[in-house]
Design a protein around this ligand. Structure first.
Ligand code: GLA
Length: 325
C-alpha cells in the first residue's frame, strides 16, 4: 500500500513539473474489500473508463474507518477532485461527507449506501447499486427450482440463511430470497437465519456452523447469503459437518467471486452464482463522477443496475466471457 501511495506522489510531482498542458483529472476509487474479485473488477473497469475518457484513477483499499479518512486526505494531497467509494461501514457516511466537503472533493457511493446518525439512508449522496431485492428473489427462485429438479421433499429440507442485516443491500437480498422461497411454497418454519459477524468466508462459516448443529434432523440444505463468500462459508460448514454435495444447494451473488469454486474438478454444494454487472458499477460510477468534476453535470441520485445471469459449472466461462470478464 505504502509503495502505491509513493508512486502516486511521484506521479503528481512529475505531472506538476511537466506543466498544466499534461494535467488530467485525478479521481479516487476506494473499496472496502479489495481481496474480493467483485471489487477488483470494479477497479479494472474504472481504469478502463479513465483510459477511454481521459482521467487518472487512484485506487485505494479502505478496510476500516481510519484508512478511509486517511485515503481522502491522500487523494486531496494528490490533487484529486473526487472519489467513488464502497465504504467499509455505512455509518461512516457523515464523516466521509464532512471530510470530502472540507477538502472540496465530490463523492459518488457505489454498492453500499451511507446512513446518517439516525440510521437513515443518505439519499442526497449519488449512489450506484445493484437491484438488491430483485437479485435476492432470483436467488430464492433458483434455489427452489434446483431443489425441485433434485426431487427433494420440503419436509426434509432446511434453509440456512446467513444474514448481515446491518448492511441494507445485504438485508434486502436475503429477505428477497426468503420471501421468494416462501412464495414458492417452502415452509417458513424451516427457514433458519443466522447472522455473520464479518462479511467473509470465515465469518459465514462460523455463523453457519452454529446453526447447523441445532438441526440434526435436516437432510438437505439450501444455503442463502448476500454474496458468494457468505454462501461459500455456509457450504464449507456443511462439508465440515459431513453433508455431501448432492444434499446441499448454495447459490451466491457476485459471480466473479465464484470462479475458483466453479472451476473445481468435482462439484461442491455451491451450485452457482448470480452474476450482476461489476463492470457497469465500476465504469458508470466513475464516469458519472468525471462528468460532474469536468463538466459540472451532477449525477442522478440513484442508479440501479439490474439484470443478473445464473452461472453454474456448465456455463460460467461462456457467461463471463460474454461480459468481457
Ligand atoms: C456489497 C457486497 C459485495 C458486493 C456488492 C455489490 O458491497 O459486500 O460483495 O456484493 O455489495 O453491490
Amino acid at each position: 500500500m505504502k509503495k502505491i501511495v509513493k508512486m502516486w506522489t511521484l506521479a503528481s510531482v512529475m505531472a506538476a513539473s511537466m506543466g498544466a498542458a499534461f494535467a488530467t483529472d485525478k479521481l479516487g476509487y476506494l473499496v472496502k474489500q479489495p481481496e474480493e474479485p467483485w471489487f477488483q473488477t470494479e477497479w479494472a473497469f474504472a481504469d478502463k473508463a479513465g483510459k477511454d475518457l481521459g482521467f487518472e484513477v487512484q485506487k485505494i483499499a479502505v478496510p476500516d474507518g481510519e484508512k478511509t479518512l486517511n485515503a481522502i486526505d491522500t487523494l486531496a494531497a494528490n490533487g484529486a477532485k473526487g472519489f467513488v467509494i464502497c465504504t467499509p461501514d455505512p455509518k461512516l457516511g457523515p464523516a466521509i461527507m464532512a471530510k470530502a466537503k472540507a477538502l472540496g472533493l465530490k463523492v459518488v457511493a457505489v454498492d453500499d449506501q451511507f446512513v446518517n446518525a439516525k440510521g437513515q439512508p443518505m439519499t442526497e449522496v449519488p449512489l450506484v447499486m445493484m437491484a438488491a431485492t430483485k437479485i435476492g428473489e432470483r436467488q430464492g427462485h433458483e434455489l427452489w427450482k434446483e431443489m425441485t429438479k433434485r426431487g427433494w421433499k420440503p419436509a426434509e429440507t432446511g434453509v440456512l440463511a446467513i444474514t448481515a442485516n446491518e448492511l441494507d443491500t445485504a438485508r434486502r437480498r436475503t429477505d428477497g430470497s426468503m420471501s421468494a422461497l416462501k412464495a414458492a411454497g417452502f415452509p417458513a418454519k424451516q427457514i433458519y437465519t443466522t447472522p455473520t459477524k464479518s462479511n467473509d468466508i470465515p465469518g459465514a462459516l462460523d455463523a453457519a456452523n452454529s446453526m447447523l448443529v441445532q438441526h440434526p434432523e435436516v437432510k438437505n440444505w439450501l444455503v442463502i447469503g448476500m454474496n458468494d463468500n457468505t454462501v461459500l462459508g455456509g457450504i464449507r460448514a456443511t462439508e465440515g459437518q459431513g453433508f455431501k454435495a448432492e444434499n446441499v444447494i448454495g447459490i451466491g451473488i457476485n459471480g466473479v467471486d465464484a470462479v475458483n469454486e466453479l472451476s473445481k474438478s468435482k462439484a461442491t454444494g455451491f451450485y452457482g452464482s448470480l452474476l450482476p454487472s461489476p463492470d457497469v458499477h465500476g465504469y458508470k460510477s466513475i464516469q458519472m463522477l468525471h462528468e460532474w468534476v469536468a463538466k459540472g453535470k451532477e449525477p442522478q441520485k440513484f442508479t440501479e443496475v439490474t439484470d443478473a445471469v445464473l452461472i453454474t459449472r456448465d456455463n460460467f466461462k461462456v457467461e463471463l466471457k460474454k461480459k468481457g470478464l
